[in-house]
Design a protein around this ligand. Structure first.
Ligand code: SF4
Ligand code: SF4
Length: 381
């Protein structure tokens, strides 16, 4: 059984949120994990532009200060997205991060986008998965000595929920990996939205894109030859008109399993050099990759921390399910007490599939011992 430490979100003048948070961090004993001079990757999501419920940078600052205190050299990191938005390349990603409050003056750490300017800086790592024998992971995280995951715990439209497993697996997969996790089918061009700029053709590493005449339109549009396409997703990221659509066709359980296999690649060389923190706060029905934030589905619960990524997510999920739902929110009436909250919002998705598969891969245990660090005398556990 893995130890999971917990602080609730209750606070007052005698027991402030960040005082409790310091106590939680000390339990992770970063001094034993970090050797003086270690480069420490702190993986979080900076949130999409317009989203308002991503992790507060003030929480990040406390972790960064603790890493520095024990001699580490921290940097904040994430990898570029597959889909169009404010985090599709490092230039846009950094601007979004700064606009969302993750500047050095707030967090105390520089930001390094882990897969480089255009998402091409990654390496293949062997894994023994059901779906993958190798995974493509953003280089900066592989090169770091230590990895700490800071995950905002919330719902997700494909994985059911997003916590540590998604933060690492989906978050640190390079763009070809993200494409392979999301879909078994290759992208297609919507000729009606293509303006014929041919930028995608220039970027395609397989010469799989041709410019072809659009019938009765007197102009050309891109066409992807399915025989040559390897599904790397580069063209999706380079198309500014959104004409190249990702075909989200995988079974949600399979996406979750693939995400866990990507986490296996991320953690392959981080034995004893990893910690996970899940922030079970502002638990929205959907992911921070959306440019909006709906009402939370349960009250703010607290923060969990563990050396075991599976146990951290399992505990966070149980805490959400044990809570009473909020009205108004996306949560149906029937899901109010002890029910499967995310499963009732994202119908047909079993959010535990990622936990089951990650445990099968030996990445951690679903059974955990939840250790509350709230002071009993405060009566606020
Ligand atoms: S980048 Fe987009 S708009 Fe330009 S040719 Fe390719 S599909 Fe068409
Ligand atoms: S997915 Fe990759 S290989 Fe396929 S057309 Fe797009 S850029 Fe080329």
């Amino acid at each position: 059984m893995s130890k999971v430490y917990f602080i609730s979100n209750r606070a007052d003048s005698k027991e402030r949120n960040l005082t409790k948070y310091h106590r939680l961090l000390r339990k992770l004993n970063l001094a034993r994990m970090i050797v003086k001079g270690d480069l420490v990757a702190v993986k979080t999501s900076f949130g999409e532009r317009g989203n308002l419920t991503y992790l507060r940078p003030q929480y990040v600052r406390v972790v960064i200060d603790e890493i520095k205190r024990v001699g580490g050299r921290p940097f904040l990191t994430d990898a570029n997205t597959l889909y169009a938005g404010g985090r599709q390349n490092s230039r846009d990603h950094l601007i979004t991060a700064l606009e969302n409050g993750f500047g050095y003056e707030v967090t105390g750490a520089p930001i390094i986008i882990a897969d480089g300017l255009t998402g091409r800086d990654y390496r293949s790592i062997p894994v023994k998965g059901q779906h993958f024998q190798e995974v493509k992971i953003a280089s900066a995280v592989l090169d770091a000595d230590v990895l700490i995951s800071l995950a905002h715990f919330k719902g997700h439209m494909v994985c059911g929920f997003g916590g540590t497993i998604k933060n690492l697996g989906m978050g640190l997969g390079a763009r070809p990996g993200k494409q392979m996790m999301h879909s078994d089918v290759h992208p297609e061009v919507n000729a009606a939205e293509c303006d014929g700029c041919a930028r995608c053709r220039k970027w395609c590493p397989e010469n799989a894109i041709e410019m072809v005449q659009v019938p009765r339109k007197g102009r050309k549009a891109a066409y992807i030859d399915p025989e040559c396409c390897i599904g790397c997703g580069e063209c999706v990221a380079t198309c500014y008109t959104g004409a190249i659509a990702i075909r989200w066709e995988s079974d949600p359980a399979i996406v979750q399993q693939k995400t866990a296999e990507y986490m296996a690649g991320v953690l392959a060389e981080k034995k004893g050099k990893f910690a996970a923190i899940d922030y079970v706060l502002s638990v929205t029905p959907d992911c921070d990759c959306l440019g909006w934030s709906d009402n939370a589905i349960v009250p703010d619960i607290g923060i969990v921390a563990s050396r075991d990524p599976v146990a951290a997510d399992a505990a966070s999920l149980d805490l959400v399910n044990a809570a009473t739902g909020i009205t108004p929110s996306m949560l149906p009436e029937a899901a109010r007490t002890g029910a499967d909250k995310f499963g009732s919002i994202h119908r047909g998705i079993d959010p535990r599939a990622q936990l089951v598969h990650a445990e099968k891969l030996g990445l951690g245990r679903r059974a955990y011992d939840l250790v509350s660090l709230d002071k009993p005398e405060s009566g606020k556990a």
